[in-house]
Design a protein. Sequence first.
Length: 605
Amino acid sequence: MADIVRWTFTAPDGETVLETPAGMTVLEALRSEPQAFLPAPCAGRGRCGRCRIVVEGEAIPRPDPTERELLSEEDLADGVRLACRTRPAADLRIRRDDPGRARIHTETGGLVAGVDPLVSRQLLKIPPGHLEDQRDLAERLSTALDRKPGRIPLWLLKDLPSPTAVAPVVTAVGLPGEIVSLESGDFRDMSWTAAVDIGTTTVAAYLVDASGTVIDSAASLNAQAPWGADVVSRLEYARTGSSGARDLQQAIVRQLTSLLGELTARNGVPPEYLHALTVTGNTAMIHFLAGLDSTGLGESPFLPTAREIPPFPSWEIGITGFSRLWIVCLPCISAYVGADIVAGILAAGMHTRKETCLLLDIGTNGEMALGNRDRLICCSTAAGPAFEGAHLSAGLGSVPGAVDHVDLRDGELFFTTIDDAPAAGFCGSGIVDLTAFLLRAGLADDTGRLDEDPSRSPSGLSIRPGDAGSELVWDAGITRGRELTFTQKDLREVQLAKAALAAGVETLLAVTETDVEDIDTVFLAGGFGNYIRPESAAVIGLLPPALSGKVRSLGNAAARGALMTLLSRRHMDEAIHIARNAESLELSGREDFRHHYVESLFFPV
Ligand code: FES
């Protein structure tokens, strides 16, 4: 066997010829090819069946037992394989079996610029030097900036005008405690900033002009997806992979460089005038970006390396092309309650409200906060990625063709799909609707057992025996050789995820001695929160029924919070205050949480 194999990967924007060591899997090879983004929800363990590729050529590898189990006969016949099982042979052409572009929620609601933006833009008129005033230009500038002399870094000194200029005018751009840029002349309008929300699944970036107006946004799936869909897989890789933490940092750095490049190019912004980027995300995402040791996040007693990171220049982490860009990470509360929840609390205004509110951010982790201006308490539950479509037989992310809503009308089951594309699977809101339908129709009982009687199927749907209990099959839902199914195992995954979330809420209520009736508003953050039907969430027990009428969707609350800190220093101070003062409840090992979890496993039929 040759030591090096030459093969071709085809992406929508072109082909790449790869030379990889024989025996390396396609997934391992593609992880270092940024243009060949391939998500691997189970991090290559051969469990999720999502790293689908299509192999073309003379010697298509024979499927291994895992592929036989996770792929249909039609798929296998069409050359579909799993990237984590396939070892390329010479001259093969391999492409992603593309489910389409994800719908990424970038709506943050209207925002108003404060009078105190995070980035200050000052026009300094520096007194001219003369024989009686022998101070150099930097000293005169330091006086104008109210700073000690000798503290202006070299890269800023290089941009200053001649010390003999008659009346130098300098634009000083600064962050609290830092000078970002000094430039000869009046450039106060030439200053842009950006905010980014690094979600575990998606990354959304926003561009803001000098007046504080959000002028554009761009988003893409998190480039760390090839190392697992969830935070735990990536923490594990960072700890055990040979270049784990570095791979994860480089992936997100490349992605931010690309998103910021897209935004600046599209809006005619010279990259050197992008001055600040506020970043939010969970604690692991912030650690990966900053290059901090993340080992403590995954091991008891679950300690971050740093909850607060001072602003740093972008080139310190390898972002290139933005010569004056500084990065400001929002602070985190604990190992599992990150800057995204701080930003969400800020966006919801929970820290200033008299009324008690609940914030829920449902992703692979269910992060939540309960409280008001007097007390805020947060926790995170390992809900698993079921509501993001992972680990379900026909689960999908928010991509075209994902069933997002399910309805029963006149005894017949209807569903809508994203972009009205042919149904290809279920995304989170569709899964919640479907589960609610099954419970209402008596096709699933309170223990989560699916009905086994085929005669009870509503029109358009069949009940048939599966490997582990019943499974439901949609007559019309057949796409690309795959049936649209919902199995007993899928329902169990939903049951576990909703139990973890519901138990988190119950524990917070109990610890704070809050009656559910006393909650004024439930804020749902994130894309899932935007599309979920509150009444369906109550039917499946994700939310107590008393709360279903109090739900308010916040859109991308984390991004909104990151933008707020950019638009006002007061908001940044509030974010720091929230992170320092909110209590974090560690649920692992708590007897009361375990008790609520077991109780919440039942559906409230
Ligand atoms: S089966 Fe390949 S990444 Fe999950």
